[in-house]
Write a new protein. Structure first.
Length: 273
């Protein structure tokens, strides 16, 4: 079964922060949207990703936008940073999915919906820090982690599941003493993500909302993740086996979440599993 050394080797194989992303983020840090857009435009894969993502209905553009300068201008600095991190995560997308019955197109739908809802939460809570806005991408990174780590052990996992109902996160902890989100935190560090994002991922893994600056948003992350994964198409893909949802952990923010984003379906789903 999975060993900790396999996790270390997996993290080593993750490529470093690409130069185009690094340069574009540096320009955005300086408030230079024009040069950030130029760097992004010169990277064909990145520019195609930006055009495809921002033209999905969740971003609300009435007409198709294909000019990278225009895209950066409309998005603004904080959202442009968020979407650059979205692209970064897409660079390690599986070529094919075995653990979860997904395609990359379906994952990007999940990604864009989740980003859109996360931004609604931040607006409702009147928080606009760019590190907080970008943090949601690194939570979704843990789905790729689960796919890559378990794909070579999928048959073993299914045998264990027949004996005992267990999710991927609990199984990984059992064999390696590491969680999916902790591994995502290691990758985030390799990609030079803000230190606060890395701390949030570790706290989310432990369901620790004690931090006064971002603790409430750890709860929102937990609830939003399972709200999105409880949608029928993602349950069908097997993402309900991803990790455990804890209704008690998010009880105090649920009413606000319901106003901002969704419905009680996630509770109904959780109670059925």
């Amino acid at each position: 079964m999975i060993k900790q050394q396999q996790i270390i080797e997996y993290i080593k194989k993750i490529p470093p922060l690409p130069n185009s992303i690094k340069l574009s983020l540096e320009y955005l840090e300086k408030g230079d949207l024009q040069n950030a857009a130029k760097v992004a435009q010169d990277d064909k894969a990145l520019s195609n990703y930006l055009i495809d993502l921002v033209n999905k209905p969740y971003f609300g553009f009435k007409t198709r936008v294909e000019n990278i300068n225009q895209i950066f201008g409309i998005l603004g600095i904080k959202t442009a940073k968020q979407i650059l991190y979205s692209y970064l995560i897409s660079t390690i997308a599986p070529k094919s999915w075995k653990v979860f019955n997904l395609t990359n197109k379906e994952f990007y739908k999940l990604q864009s919906e989740t980003i859109s809802n996360w931004n609604k939460i931040l607006k409702y809570e009147n928080r606009d820090e760019d590190w907080l806005q970008s943090s949601i991408n690194f939570v979704l990174l843990s789905i790729f982690v689960a796919e890559e780590i378990f794909k070579d052990n999928f048959e073993d996992f299914m045998i264990i599941k027949q004996v005992k109902e267990i999710n991927y996160d609990d199984l990984l902890r059992k064999f390696t003493n590491m969680s999916l989100l902790e591994i995502a935190a290691f990758i985030s560090k390799k990609w030079e993500a803000d230190k606060t994002i890395i701390s949030m991922l570790k706290d989310l893994s432990k369901k620790d909302a004690s931090n006064k600056n971002y603790g409430k948003f750890v709860k929102y992350m937990h609830l939003l993740l399972f709200y999105q994964l409880s949608k029928p198409e993602f349950m069908k893909a097997g993402l309900n086996d991803f990790m455990e949802f804890d209704p008690n952990f998010v009880e105090d923010i649920f009413e606000d979440f319901n106003k901002i984003v969704g419905t009680m379906e996630i509770y109904e789903t959780s109670n059925q599993t």
